[in-house]
Design a binder for this molecule. Sequence first.
Ligand code: NAD
Length: 245
Amino acid sequence: MGRLDGKVVVLSAAAQGIGKSTALAFAREGAQVIATDINGEKLKELDGTPGIETRVVDVTKQADIEALVSSLDKLDVLFNCAGFVHHGTILDCKEEEWDFAFNLNVKSMFLMCKAVIPKMQAGGGGSIINMSSVASSIKGAPVRFVYGATKAAVIGLTKSIAADFAAQGIRCNAICPGTVDTPSLRDRLRALGDEEEVLKTFVARQKMGRLGTAEEIAALCVYLASDESCYTTGTECVIDGGWSV
Ligand code: NAD
C-alpha cells in the first residue's frame, strides 16, 4: 500500500532538483503523477517511470495552465515548485528582475491555484503545497532581496487560500527549505567563484554542518500530499537543518 494510492498529483519544476525528487517520491507512494516543467528535454529523463506522465508547461502562461487542468478528470494534489533565485540586495535589483521574480515565483501560484481549486471543490477536497523558503518572512537572508520578498508573498498567498477553503476540505501549506543541494544551487555557487570554496561558506552557516537534500524535501511533500497531514493547513513548514533557529 502506498501513502498516495489513488491520488492524482500535478507538480511544476519536475525536470530537476526538488521537483524531480518529489515526482519520483510521489510515484513511489502510488500516486498518478503529472510531472511538468518548461524544460521538455530534461523532463524526458522521467519518461518511462511507472506512475509518471510528463507534460511541458510554462507556469507563467495561463493558456498552458488551462490546457493542463482542463485535461484532468480529477486532481487531488498540486505542488507549485517552480521558482528562480536572484542574487543581490535591493540596490542590485533591476525592475525587470523584480517583475520576473514575482511573475514566476508568485503569480504562477495564483494562476495554478485559481485553475485547480474548482477541480478540487468538485472532487470534495485536495492538498496544495506551495514552495516558499526560509529566505522569506521567516529569515532575512543576505543578498536574497527580491527572492525573499517573493517567498514571503508565497506564505501570504498560502495562508489566504487555506483560510478560504479549509471548510471545503482543501488544504494549502507552504514549505520553507533552507539551502538544498540542487543543480541550480550548484549554478549559483559557480557564479560566485570557485564552486568548492563557495560551497564551504554555504555549509559553514548550517547548524548541521551540511546542506539539505532534494530527497529530504520530497519526504515532507509526500507527508503534506497524503491524508496523514489532513489536520494541517495554512502552515509554513520549515525544513532547514536548523538554519533559522
Ligand atoms: P532548480 O532551480 O534546480 O530547477 C527549477 C526548475 O524549474 C527547472 O527544471 C526549470 O526548468 C523549471 N522552471 C523554470 N521556469 C519555469 C516556468 N516558467 N515554468 C515551469 N517550470 C519552470 O530547482 P530547485 O533548486 O530544486 O528549486 C525548486 C524550488 O525550490 C524553487 O522554487 C526554489 O526557489 C525553491 N527552493 C530551493 C532551495 C534550494 O536551496 N535549492 C531552497 C529553498 C527553496
